[in-house]
Design a protein around this ligand. Structure first.
Ligand code: SAH
Length: 242
């Protein structure tokens, strides 16, 4: 049997023999862009039911139909880790969302801090970007991208059990504090904007018992690099890499 090269995210439930109707955009992608025809294999996932092998049963211009065969992989949910980051310029924000999906997070939360330049985001576009990243990296789960929220408001009703790894640029060069943190439980990572955190924000974060300020080494990283570095650090010490 031909190998399925294309992975497609769909919303419908997936089960043996399940027919999956395609949207116009999905049909355009599969049949016009990728030139698949009837019988071609595709891998499907929906974030809940794992990954399934499916075959094209109807290939039309406006739509089409796939039929599920066997499951190829069970769903693999990431650790209960959120990435909080201050949106920066468009391409770098896209990069952060893409890397968060690849590195494995449960939720992506764009936050507005005192020194954040962006006052709105295109949530729908960022969510679509997360779907695309999951399709490409073999993930069976797509994190939700939240609407932009003010850091103040988010911290005001922050759950007491969710710890925060705070990438604190003032600790540049300090020793990493994560080793003693202990595994398990919900977490979030917080990375600031290019302008860093304000004094008021730092005071507030320092006062929260859930917050663990962490250094990301002896150099100041750009916000997008810092997001990937913090995710790497967390995943390798507390996450699903080991
Ligand atoms: N303008 C700030 C740097 C901001 S860097 C300054 O000069 O101090 C953007 C974000 O990346 C920071 O808010 C922080 O969350 C993270 N970051 C960058 N380098 C870091 C480091 N060495 N340790 C911890 N966090 C870092």
């Amino acid at each position: 049997m031909q190998d399925a090269k294309i992975r497609l995210y769909v919303e419908q439930p997936l089960a043996p023999g399940q027919a999956v109707a395609l949207s116009r955009d999905q049909a355009h992608y599969l049949f016009t862009v990728m030139r698949l025809g009837a019988g071609a294999p595709v891998l499907l996932f929906n974030g809940r039911d794992g990954e399934w092998r499916a075959g094209v049963t109807v290939a039309g211009r406006q739509g089409g139909m796939l039929t599920c065969g066997a499951q190829t992989r069970a769903v693999q949910t990431p650790p209960d880790l959120w990435l909080l980051f201050a949106p920066i310029r468009k391409a770098r924000t896209d990069f952060i969302v893409e890397k968060a999906v690849e590195m494995g997070v449960a939720r992506v939360v764009p936050v507005q801090t005192a020194h954040t330049n962006a006052d709105r985001i295109r949530q729908d576009r960022l969510q679509a970007h997360a779907v695309e990243a999951a399709e490409q990296c073999g993930a069976t789960f797509v994190p939700e991208v939240a609407e932009l929220v003010a850091l103040d408001r988010l911290l005001a009703d922050w759950p007491s059990e969710r710890r925060i790894l705070w990438a604190d640029e003032s600790l540049v060069g300090a020793r990493d504090a994560l080793q003693g943190a202990g595994r398990g439980g919900p977490w979030a990572i917080l990375v600031g904007p290019e302008g860093g955190f304000s004094e008021k924000e730092r005071a507030r974060l320092r006062a929260m018992p859930q917050v663990l300020p962490v250094s990301l080494g002896p150099r100041i990283l750009r916000a997008d690099t810092a997001a990937v570095a913090a995710l790497t650090l967390w995943q390798s010490v507390l996450g699903d890499w080991t």
